[in-house]
Write a protein that binds this ligand. Sequence first.
Ligand code: IFM
Length: 474
Amino acid sequence: MTQSSSRSFPQDFLFGGATAAFQIEGAAFEDGRTASIWDTFSRVPGAVVNADNGDVACDHYHRYGDDVALMKRMGLQTYRFSTSWSRVRPDAGAVNPAGVDFYQRLVDALLEADIVPWLTLYHWDMPQAQEERGGWTVRETADRFLEYALTMHDALGDRVHHWTTLNEPWCSSFLSYTAGVHAPGRYSFGDGLLAAHHLLLAHGQTVRALRERDDSLSLGVTLNLTVADPADTSDAADRDAARRIDGQFNRWFLDPVFRGEYPADIVEDFRAVDAEAVARWEEAVTASDLETIAVPLDAFGVNYYHGELVSGHAPAVPRDSGQAPTDRKTASPFPADAGVHWIDRGLPETSMGWEVQPEGLTRLLLRLSEEYVGDVRMYVTENGAAYDDAVEDGRVHDQERVDYLRAHLSATLDAIEQGADVGGYFYWSLMDNFEWAWGYEKRFGIVYVDYDTQERIVKDSGREYARIIGERAI
Ligand code: IFM
């Protein structure tokens, strides 16, 4: 691309990188931390590829100083990380000062390096002891979560401005309690429904309480969202397939957060499949819960990886949606998926089997802007790609990831230029890490991690990102 065709980002646009506690920290049982649901689940035979776990991960707990220095060298303006509930309040019980201290040291190091800390309170690692009390299927868990959130605010409220309650509640509810693919590995549609509601309740209660403490904080939530296109827009069955996927994945979370209601069409779809589960869920959902969940926000996090083309008719060759790494899942457990078929549109794919569809990000941001967020500023809090990287002479030439990154940054700029208020972009992930059920098999980082030596190597994509950040243009 020539200089004359380069496009600049708005002055206040933030460039960041993202990680999550369980995926990078390691030190799983050090300094008072006790088991989270992922420590337990990763030890279930067949749950994680190669029986990997988070005991060591990227050893970030001990290497955070070097990792922050690396971020500074790359020019990152902000760093999105999560705190571990099990480290801060082991077993969802009393405060563990050593756990709190780790995050204070991390935040101080970030501030010292002029990197804005962007803190997520829940990125899936609930204390195992709380799961044994019912986990997200019980209302009490939202109250325990609030205690933990207030502990974090006591410790960091003077230094951290940006607070995100939840990362991707679709994953920590349906993927975890219904599909059994993520911890705690339950297989119940009703439990997934309850978990989603109590997660959202925890979000609302936490935003409300933090706001009461300090109305200058920037408070938000991050959802993972998709763009489901019908294979043939003139075909009613294809349009209905797209409606259902959009409904159970996007609107099930967007509607309560921004409108204080669950999408009625999806409630009826769910009822047709499992009336008893829906009745149980209806008993748990109160009008005041919905008011709490729709608490006003300052920031809205959008995680986008890929879109999907769906049909109501079976294609000659079924497409593998690339979702399940192990044999734990043989058929989609989601009621609204029944009769939905994924169509291969011939786009390039990442090593997750996810299509590379950057223009979907533009459309998603514009849709959110038009239909949901009002004047709440959006941030792309995750976007990234896994590829099979190799180290050659001390370098990682990951041209596909360079292209992915550039294409999605351009797509973000397209949305901004068409009127969406997007304040920043966080590449997922800063470094290779524990990719949940895929263990260490999938590498998303712009920094390569050698898990034998814990050496970090900035990949070509990391170099390109640093260059783009330096020029604030693409
Ligand atoms: O690694 C995950 C992250 O924890 C949540 N969002 C998707 C990423 C890639 O699968």
